[in-house]
Design a protein around this ligand. Structure first.
Ligand SMILES: [Zn+2]
Length: 365
């Protein structure tokens, strides 16, 4: 949490909590009809209803009183509902034992609860962004991939690199002078709101004119912005198993980064990659933390220090969102990673072949 809580915010929170508590019991209307053929009890709440059916007995003496039926139908305690309008109609000479009325009421309320849950259940709808496989280029790579977060500092990418990810917010005419344009892949921001799409499209068009053919997406929704490019999926597309990787392959991705939250062998794919070196992004923030510290005037950088004195770099991303990087780089160069190796470069002086003094193995087991 990076916000500042004022008295007014606290008061709003208290109000919200009271509202939630008060909302736990919903008003329910119950209508009972007790006829010679059948008995029906309908429970109704916010235009959702459920009707339970049962049998009635013929009275040998006096039938069941209407008031008695209403009293029984009103007992909603413990059901999550509060009795509002309760009505009952009984045909002449009908006898309903108390237990039978209770049973019908209980069934009606349980059924109603089921209906309400059904109506609020998440609907599974596969809404994959509208783009055809044919609209994408297919340019799979085999070899080492470099992600250079600060291309302006001129990190020297080894000549055998097969792809170079450059963040969109750092890409410009100079980038193509420094790096081979055929290898450049524009790394899109993690969040692109609908309002920001036009700007992103414009920047991608510009990159295309400069000869860029590749885009690395960090969110599946962004694929619709990538017509005419080869698309690579970042590790946060959650390819944690072979099935997921297959789906990306079928969609026309040229590469997919296996989730760094599993070991590389958890996912079999011909187009896989895996981060073997450098700092992972741990968090992405909507608010600019740097603004609070330095006003974003200089190079849009800050550091968060935790209670163990670990230092987490915070860097400005697209539109003043922030990326919080891990305090330690990942180092897996001495491991047998079966996919293309992804090197993440956040320091232009880094030499990935040197083992860092302190590092993390991430999720390697
Ligand atoms: Zn900022």
């Amino acid at each position: 949490m990076f916000g500042v809580r004022r008295e007014k915010d606290k008061a709003l929170t208290r109000e919200a909590v009271t509202e939630v508590v008060g909302e736990t019991e919903k008003d329910v209307d119950i209508f009972g009809f007790f006829g010679k053929e059948k008995a029906y009890v309908t429970a109704l709440c916010d235009s959702v209803s459920f009707t339970a059916e049962g049998e009635c007995l013929t009275a040998t003496g006096k039938g069941t009183e209407k008031d008695e039926l209403i009293r029984r139908l009103s007992k909603t305690g413990g059901s999550g509902f509060k009795a509002a309008n309760i009505e009952a109609h009984a045909e002449e000479g009908i006898f309903m034992p108390a237990s039978a009325v209770n049973d019908l009421r209980r069934k009606a309320l349980e059924g109603l609860k089921g209906e309400i849950l059904n109506q609020n259940a998440p609907v599974s709808s596969q809404k994959i962004p509208e783009i055809k496989k044919e609209d994408l280029l297919f340019l799979p790579v085999k070899g080492d991939i470099y992600r250079v977060y600060e291309p302006e500092n001129g990190f020297a990418v080894p000549s055998d690199a097969v792809r170079i990810d450059i963040p969109l917010w750092k890409f410009n005419e100079n980038t193509v002078k420094r790096y081979e344009v055929s290898k450049i892949s524009i790394l899109l921001p993690r969040v692109i709101t609908t309002a920001e799409e036009e700007d992103i499209k414009k920047q991608l068009e510009k990159a295309k004119k400069l000869g860029v053919k590749r885009v690395t997406v960090t969110n599946i929704g962004h694929i619709s912005l990538c017509a005419g490019f080869a698309v690579y999926g970042d590790g946060n597309l959650n390819a944690t198993n072979t099935h997921t990787a297959k789906i990306y392959e079928e969609m026309g991705f040229s590469g997919v980064c296996v989730s760094p939250e599993v070991t590389p062998r958890a996912v079999k794919t011909d187009i896989g990659e895996y981060p073997v070196y450098g700092r992972q992004v741990l968090m992405h923030t909507e608010n600019c933390i740097i603004k609070n510290i330095s006003g974003c005037v200089k190079d849009c950088k800050a550091v968060l220090t935790d209670r163990t004195s670990a230092r987490f770099p915070v860097w400005g991303e697209y539109n003043h969102r922030n990326l919080i990087f891990n305090s330690l780089p990942t180092y897996l160069l001495d491991k047998d990673v079966i996919h293309n190796r992804l090197f993440v470069i956040t320091d232009e002086k880094e030499i990935p072949s040197d083992k860092p003094k302190e590092f993390t193995r991430g999720y390697w087991k």
